[in-house]
Design a protein around this ligand. Structure first.
Ligand SMILES: NC(=O)c1ccc[n+]([C@@H]2O[C@H](COP(=O)([O-])OP(=O)(O)OC[C@H]3O[C@@H](n4cnc5c(N)ncnc54)[C@H](OP(=O)(O)O)[C@@H]3O)[C@@H](O)[C@H]2O)c1
Length: 240
């Protein structure tokens, strides 16, 4: 993988160089997606067909740098999310970077739709939900060890959720989508960075990066561009 912007040196990024290229300081929310050239983010309901070895590397790096992985319930189900294991590639990279080997997965679900028997219904998982979610289900998940954060009454209030995560020391957030969560986070103005992998593919259809019309046009600023095998890895800043 090579850096094209802002500085094409070093020519090739090793794991440590890639981590440096994506490192953030302070409290932050970065959103990571892979998309096709026409803005599709899934083929047959999953992102895998858009992936590449470079995208997997960036995905692992962003997980390794994060304090917590934030994901919508739809994506957690569609992509078969599991807890981050210490003996996984991400765990090894985290250890190599001097970080705790695992990071919690925080699932955002208005309905608390995680089921007590799910792979994610374990004590490392955080459920970000609201008071309108079924109280019995919330209690069952808490009983299974899940940390249940009630953020808002009728809907999940994302800024409150981020404050509660930060209060637990989880300040650097990588949000892995999906589109519904991304749209809500954009509308709530809580996204600092979009890390979008552009796969050289045209997919069509209506499974898009942002599925809803936003209240205003957002104009991200390109801060970094990497390339490998024709795949572009962008870093866009959304903050001031
Ligand atoms: N290409 C990529 O990088 C990428 C990344 C992620 C996902 N995807 C694809 O995206 C598709 C899934 O899309 P999606 O829109 O269903 O994903 P999603 O945003 O992960 O899931 C939507 C669900 O998450 C919960 N949710 C999301 N935002 C919320 C909010 N602000 N407040 C409360 N709950 C919220 C709700 O769950 P409840 O219904 O439980 O309340 C909602 O029904 C899959 O095909 C997946 O493969 C692609």
């Amino acid at each position: 993988m090579r850096r094209l912007l802002p500085d094409p040196d070093p020519a090739v990024l090793d794991d440590a160089g890639l981590a440096d290229a994506y490192r953030l300081t302070g409290r932050s929310v970065r959103v990571n997606f892979v998309g096709s050239l026409d803005g599709a983010i899934a083929v047959d309901g999953r992102s895998g067909a858009l992936g590449s070895p470079g995208d997997k590397r960036v995905f692992r790096t962003l997980r390794a740098l994060a304090d917590v992985v934030l994901v919508g319930a739809g994506t957690a189900t569609a992509e078969g999310y599991r807890p981050v294991a210490a003996d996984s590639a991400v765990g090894a990279l985290r250890s190599a970077l001097g970080r705790p080997a695992t990071a919690p997965i925080a699932v955002v679900s208005r309905r608390a739709s995680l089921a007590p028997g799910d792979e994610l219904a374990v004590d490392s998982t955080i459920l970000v939900t609201c008071a309108a979610a079924d109280a019995t289900r919330r209690a069952a998940l808490a009983e299974a060890g899940v940390t249940v954060l009630v953020c808002g009454d009728d809907d999940v209030d994302l800024p409150t959720a981020l404050d509660l995560l930060a209060a637990r020391g989880l300040e650097q957030v990588v949000c892995e989508g999906g589109p519904a969560l991304f749209a809500a986070a954009l509308a709530a103005r809580c996204v600092d960075e979009l890390d979008l992998t552009l796969a050289p593919a045209l997919v069509g259809g209506d499974t898009r990066l942002v599925p809803a019309t936003l209240p205003e046009v957002v104009r991200p600023r390109l801060v970094q561009l990497l390339e490998e095998d024709g795949v572009l890895f962008t870093r866009y800043a959304l903050g001031a």
